[in-house]
Write a protein that binds this ligand. Structure first.
Ligand code: PGA
Length: 257
């Protein structure tokens, strides 16, 4: 049972390199007119952001980005800056997703710079952390999480600005093998303790911690019932609007319980 009444649940869809007009239309249609006691955001590919913002302008759903450049402007082909995202109407951005770390060579330092850029332009960063299968099996999850959290947040002043952290064990992403609610809670409470050391109790207790990795409409409720699981980052299941809606409803319900 989530006894913390101060943290509003948050559910974020990460569409990755998926989607198209059909998904946009069915997703938008399923959310229009709905109210949730939770923050909901969809991170589509960049190219769809503006259309989705227009379609969703009378809904409660926010649009987020899956990445942000560490550069502010200049000769950086293919990049999109925090300022551009903000101007486009984006509210949040994922930073350091494991696919970006493994396939695009992102590291804790680039995440740290991106977090600063996002915060400075009024975007809420969602910092993604998580251990791989070998690290999980070697029982060094917390060492890895400690390193990621402390290095990514080194020198990052929040000054009342919001950030979220998403714990996404790499072995659970897209595999169908979600972490158990107990594992998620254990790692989230560890992250919370580290945040207390970095930012003090009040700020740390206000930071929402999301779980991601094979979240489905069937496991969402139990994950959200854990005290330090304040939200969910959803990949595959967010591509089915009916399933994603059900996950959002569980988050909304968890806020009332
Ligand atoms: P998944 O992806 O829900 O498909 O496991 C989660 C993510 O990569 O954010």
């Amino acid at each position: 049972m989530n006894t913390n009444t101060k943290r509003k649940p948050i559910v974020i869809a990460n569409w990755k390199l998926n989607g198209g007009l059909e998904l946009i239309c069915t997703s938008v249609a399923s959310f229009i007119g709905k109210h949730f006691e939770a923050d909901i955001a969809i991170c589509p590919p960049y190219i769809y952001m503006r259309d989705m913002l227009t379609f969703l302008q009378h809904s409660e759903i926010s649009i987020g980005s899956q990445n942000v450049s560490k550069f502010k402007s200049g000769a950086y082909t293919g990049e999109t800056s925090a300022q551009m995202l903000k101007e486009a109407g984006c509210k949040i951005c994922l930073i350091g997703h494991s696919e970006r770390r493994s396939m695009f060579k992102e590291n804790n330092l680039s995440c740290q710079i991106k977090i600063g850029n996002a915060l400075n332009h009024g975007l809420m960063p969602i910092l993604c952390v998580g251990e791989n299968k070998e690290e999980h099996d070697a029982k060094i999850t917390k060492d890895m999480i400690f390193r990621q959290v402390t290095e990514c947040l080194e020198g990052v002043e929040l000054d009342g600005r919001k950030i979220c952290i998403a714990y996404e064990p790499i072995w659970a992403i897209g595999t169908g093998a979600s972490a158990t609610p107990e594992i998620a809670q254990d790692v989230h409470s560890f992250i919370r303790q580290e945040l207390i050391k970095l930012y003090g109790e009040e700020t740390a207790n206000s930071i929402r911690l999301l779980y991601g990795g094979s979240v489905t409409k069937d496991n969402a409720k139990d994950l959200l019932a854990k005290e330090d699981v304040d939200g969910l980052l959803v990949g595959g299941a967010s591509l089915d609007p009916g399933h994603f809606l059900a996950i959002c409803q569980h988050a909304s319900d968890s806020s009332a319980s």
